[in-house]
Design a protein around this ligand. Structure first.
Ligand SMILES: Nc1ncnc2c1ncn2[C@@H]1O[C@H](COP(=O)(O)OP(=O)(O)OP(=O)(O)O)[C@@H](O)[C@H]1O
Length: 211
């Protein structure tokens, strides 16, 4: 089972407060890693630090340590989604999906099919700004359907989704993991995951340590 991410001795401080220190863990093919913690604990900071959007005070982050060809260009093989639904409010739903595909370097995306998959048919021509928070989240999540990245790093992907949306996402996660991918996510919802290597890390403060 290949290692997709290995981190050691991670430490981060914000405004003089230590969010985590000496954090270490590995993510392997087939893993689902749930980062837990109260509001403000440092979960988003950790995910953003992994992909280089936030500076770490200490530590080493290694993507694909056993696969040089992936490691050299790791950004192309890691899908990061922040906690805000990344949609352009002035573009329609379908234009947003087209833009996300273009930005992802994918040309053969069936946008109608994708909108149907995420339950947005009938709303495709409305500006995203007129859609609900959950509908906007569904637009953003279409990236998961055309991404070829083996490692997904997702900050609060369930936010604003209804029961159907949550179920849809669970199914997509299961497919990704069954295909040899791995997922790191934050969620305030308890996850009961079966059929995958389910791991948890709780960010609690300076004395926190991973596994
Ligand atoms: N740009 C920033 N500058 C200074 N401090 C920040 C910045 N971003 C976040 N913080 C602080 O870092 C701490 C951790 O924030 P973070 O967003 O990582 O928490 P979180 O665990 O994701 O919280 P939530 O569950 O509310 O999303 C908070 O105390 C926050 O105020």
């Amino acid at each position: 089972m290949s290692t997709l991410l290995s981190v050691s001795q991670l430490a981060s401080q914000r405004a003089g407060r230590t969010l985590f220190a000496d954090l270490r863990f590995a993510v392997k093919s087939g893993d689902l890693l749930h980062i837990e913690g109260v509001n403000g604990a440092g979960k988003s900071t950790l995910l953003r630090a992994l992909v280089g959007l936030v500076e770490l005070q200490e530590g080493t982050v290694e993507f694909f340590p056993e696969q040089n060809e992936l490691a050299e260009n790791w950004r192309a093989h890691v899908l990061f989604m922040g906690h805000k639904a990344a949609v352009k409010t002035e573009l329609t739903a379908i234009e947003n999906v087209e833009l996300l595909a273009e930005l992802g370097g994918v040309s053969n995306v069936d946008t109608w099919d994708l909108l149907e998959t995420v339950g947005l048919i009938g709303l495709e021509d409305l500006p995203a700004g007129q859609l609900s928070a959950g509908q906007q989240r569904r637009i953003a999540l279409t990236r998961l359907w055309f991404s070829e990245a083996p490692l997904w790093i997702l900050d609060e992907p369930f936010t604003a989704l209804d029961t159907f949306g949550i179920e849809l996402l669970h199914t997509k996660f299961a497919q990704h993991i069954a295909g040899g991918g791995a997922i790191i996510l934050t969620s305030h919802q308890p996850l009961s995951w079966q059929g995958a290597q389910f791991k948890r890390i709780r960010i609690t403060g300076a004395d926190d340590a991973g596994f």
